[in-house]
Write a protein that binds this ligand. Sequence first.
Ligand code: C2O
Ligand code: CU
Ligand code: CU
Length: 519
Amino acid sequence: MLSRRSFLRLTMTLGGSVLLRPLLRSDSLPTLTAKAGGSVPDLDITLKAEVKSVQILPSGGPTTVWQYTATRNAGSPDALTTIPGSYLGPIIRMTRGEHFRATFFNQLPGTEETSVHWHGMHVPDTMDGHPRHVIKPGETYTYEFTVLNRAGSYWFHPHPHGRTGPQVYNGLAGLFIVSDSEEQAAGLPSGAYDIPLVIQDRTFDANNQLVYSADTDGFFGDTILVNGFPNANMNVEARSYRLRIYNGSNARIYKIAWEDGTPLTVIGSDGGLLETPLTYDYVTLGPAERVELLVNFGKWSGKTIKLRSLAFSGATPAFNNNSTLPNGAEFDIISFTVGTNPTPTPAPYNVYLPLVQRQGRLSTIERYDVNDAVNASSPRTFTLYRTRGQWTISGRTFELTATAPDERVQLNTLELWEFANVVPAGVRGINNSAHPMHIHGPLFQVVERIPPTDATQRANWETVKDGYVDSGWKDTILLMPGERVRLLIKFHDYTGLYLYHCHLLEHEDMGMMRNYLVQ
Ligand code: C2O
Ligand code: CU
Ligand code: CU
């Protein structure tokens, strides 16, 4: 599935190489020919995980972080950018059909093994950053794949078993944003008006250094950062923006709303644009989930407006929710200082919603039909509970390469899966935590949610459920205690060993992760 652009480039390169070859030194020849079985990368980068020092807090000294840094070997300058002053890694921007290559160097200290996982991207299993493919310090690994995903806000982060939580917490995360022709045709705000916002929570000691403990119920920092900045403020024009909001936190859930109660216009989720914009009073975003908003700042011309996280309950076991900023507390996320009038840009502030309304839709989502699932009458069910001191998936914890019989699926089949945040009958266990469940490989569609039956769990669920954005393509899905979710997933394009796990990183590190095998 090559885009027209990369197809043309490939043709020109191959055609030109005959004439140019005598004029070139031999060390530049490899870039002129397509690799056997591969493609010429549209973006070729060198990516490092390394120790850096970044000024995060406004006073006191800099903070030691681990950071992804990158340099571009081939490709357009727009395809690799950074957020100036941030500890976050680069923003990679690619178009569907293009080919990507990253030569990765692990320059982390000591014996810190790592891998790079392209969260939400559908790639061959050897390119997925699986813990069985970890890279030792001082070693290198080449990640290379064609971008099959539709346009969307994806990301990348480490995935070694047992150490993902501390590595992400120390700063290792970057963005992978995909565009395609359908998205471009939607005419959404672009360039400087298309802004990713990564929300994370951290705790700093008296010397401004990061504090982390692998708490079994998740680590909750007391300082909210957006794109790596505390007390974040952004100056915006009085016009429409596209905000790509990422929950990049280890464990914290956000219940996102405007401080003045203005409804949110949601246009996208994990796997890109929804079919039509949807209006929400608040959006519930579990770890690793994304939501895209279309915001008309013209409404607040000359004012300041805050995005906040509202109160909710029951996502974290009460006795362990003892951070100075517990999960479910209320706080400000970011404030926007809005300019006084629409600037003389070609698009006035209010142009986008009418455009979308005229077109009637943002994108086309081919709907799976539950009747087409090979197991339509009996979902493949995974239960989420804690037993013998461990968070488990159906009573199991992570094994590096093993799969159980109910963790094997067939290529090109559509399946109905159910995650159930319940303790199965006859089993001794507890289900007092929310779990953001993530499946590697293909994205999925949500069929239905079945609310908790227990009255207390039901009441807690009521505090977040109106914020679930379930109508688009998803790769991560939040389940409150007692809740069940049914989804449809089709195993297309690649066979191999992929992960499914809780994306609350402390749960994942302690083994709430399993493999499934596409045969
Ligand atoms: Cu974002 Cu398996 O992870
Ligand atoms: Cu993933
Ligand atoms: Cu979990």
